[in-house]
Design a protein around this ligand. Structure first.
Ligand code: GLU
Ligand code: ZN
Length: 461
């Protein structure tokens, strides 16, 4: 029996929830739920310039809309509160002081210009650019002198010499990074705020996270973070880095691929369960091919089946899951989703819509004017001829909204049958060759609307 897994989602509230981030949040959520563990939401808002409270609110709303609830987080509290990094300054201050006292970190007074120059020199001599260690052995007196010149230091972690960091990535397998390849890195910015490497790793450990799951753009950050945790004597979580989400062309999923945020899909009318069914298969080789209810997903989640290859997001696949989800909804729920309380209308169009906007033309068919016929539809109407529609209008006055009776009468009077009879009738009544079942549609249509539409084709053009 394995121990419960504690996972987390740690977004930076600098924009809308990207589908790629929603996917790692979802996998983390599934992993915790599968093992009976805990899922934590932590807001990484230490970058005051780019973070916004409104993005945090939006993020929380979108995660809840997806149905990914958390056991600890900024809005629900928990034993490791607070869960917004901007409020954890006190926690970090103590750890910074410890690292400095133990000489595992040191103030760096290098200016951006000096750092840029140093990087350039390294590049021209063919070395990978990394911090040259300039301030590592600065004396206290030199430090004081620079402060007097108005320079504010960053705090750098002193990467130990001649060691290696090893860890077993849940997705990429065994990893080995020599410390010689890693320059001393900033853990506290000039303005006193903690840098990502630091607070991200420290909080995972302090919050009891056992399994970090994130995009593999973070894979090379992990050795730095592990050295830091080791220096602080904090327990290491395990890490897993999943392949990034890309568009159909293989490039990272971005604006030019269309919608990329959960918010956009939500506003277009995609359903949370459809989004989750699609995400479930993105970079996760599942043995289940069919639609799953979100509550049934943890049991089928296989962390050992997460892939490192980039996962291709395909809106056509999302549409497939949307249709599967719609099929499983009640007419009442479909009505709510369409924004109508007309249950008969919802039932009528449910197989002809993917998004609520697709229902608009059908609502117009029942409650408004038809747009002009397309060329193909026009040809069908002309081939049927005015006499056919005159007969149809007459038949309608006998049959009323009973399509079966109407077509029976019309068949007797015109000798037409099958598509020759149904297609011109459908086009005259709905303006289109395809769509919801005609019988209920006719029943829902105001009676003289149907008559007027048939009569409009009964005269010679
Ligand atoms: N705040 C970081 C991000 O959004 C978290 C990365 C991680 O999951 O560790 O990229
Ligand atoms: Zn320096």
């Amino acid at each position: 029996m394995s121990l419960p897994v504690v996972t987390r989602f740690a977004p930076s509230p600098t924009g809308s929830l990207h589908l790629g981030n929603a996917r790692t949040a979802f996998f983390s959520h599934l992993w915790a739920r599968k093992s009976g563990g805990r899922f934590i939401l932590r807001i990484e808002d230490t970058d005051a310039q780019r973070s916004r409270g409104s993005f945090t609110e939006e993020l929380i709303g979108d995660l809840r809309w997806l149905g990914l609830g958390w056991d600890e987080g900024p809005d629900v509290g928990g034993p490791a509160a607070p869960y917004r990094q901007a409020q954890r300054g006190g926690v970090y201050a103590g750890l910074f002081a410890r690292l400095e006292a133990e000489e595992r970190a040191y103030p760096c007074y290098c200016t951006p210009e000096e750092l840029e120059l140093s990087r350039k020199l390294q590049r021209v001599s063919g070395k990978p650019p990394r911090y040259a260690g300039t301030c590592r052995n600065l004396s206290r007196a030199e430090g004081v002198a620079r402060q007097a010149r108005g320079l504010r230091p960053t705090l750098r972690f002193a990467v130990p010499d001649g060691v290696a960091v090893d860890f077993d990535d849940a997705v990429h397998g065994p990893q080995h990074f020599p410390s010689a390849d890693i320059g001393d890195f900033i853990i506290r910015r000039e303005d006193g705020t903690p840098a990502f490497f630091f607070c991200n790793a420290v909080d995972d450990s302090l919050m009891g996270v056992t399994q970090v799951l994130r995009g593999d753009d973070h894979l090379t950050n992990t050795p730095r973070q592990l050295m830091l945790l080791d220096a602080l004597g904090l327990r290491r979580p395990a890490y897993g880095h999943v392949g990034l989400l890309v568009g159909a062309d293989g490039a990272p999923l971005s604006k030019r691929h269309g919608s990329t945020s959960v918010r956009e899909f939500r506003e277009r009318g995609f359903l949370g369960a459809a989004v989750l069914n699609h995400l479930f298969h993105l970079g996760h080789a599942s043995d289940v091919e069919h639609w799953l209810p979100p509550a049934g997903m943890p049991a089928h989640f296989r962390p050992d089946h997460l892939g490192r290859a980039p996962a291709r997001f395909d809106e056509a696949q999302l549409v497939h899951w949307q249709k599967e989800t719609l099929q499983r909804m009640s007419a009442a729920d479909i009505g709510r989703w369409l924004g109508t309380d007309d249950a008969a209308l919802a039932e009528l169009v449910r197989h002809n819509v993917v998004l609520p906007s697709d229902a608009v033309p059908w609502i117009a068919v029942l409650h408004g004017e038809l747009p002009p016929l397309g060329a193909d539809a026009q040809r069908v109407v002309e081939a049927a001829g005015p006499a056919f529609f005159a007969a149809a209008a007459a038949a309608l006055s006998q049959s009323g909204p009973d399509l079966k009776l109407l077509t029976q009468i019309l068949k007797e009077r015109t000798g037409r049958k099958g598509a020759d009879l149904y297609l011109p009738l459908r086009i005259a009544l709905t303006g289109q060759a395809h769509g919801p079942e005609l019988a209920p549609l006719l029943r829902l249509m105001p009676p003289d609307m149907a008559r007027r539409r048939l009569e409009s084709h009964a005269q010679n053009p």
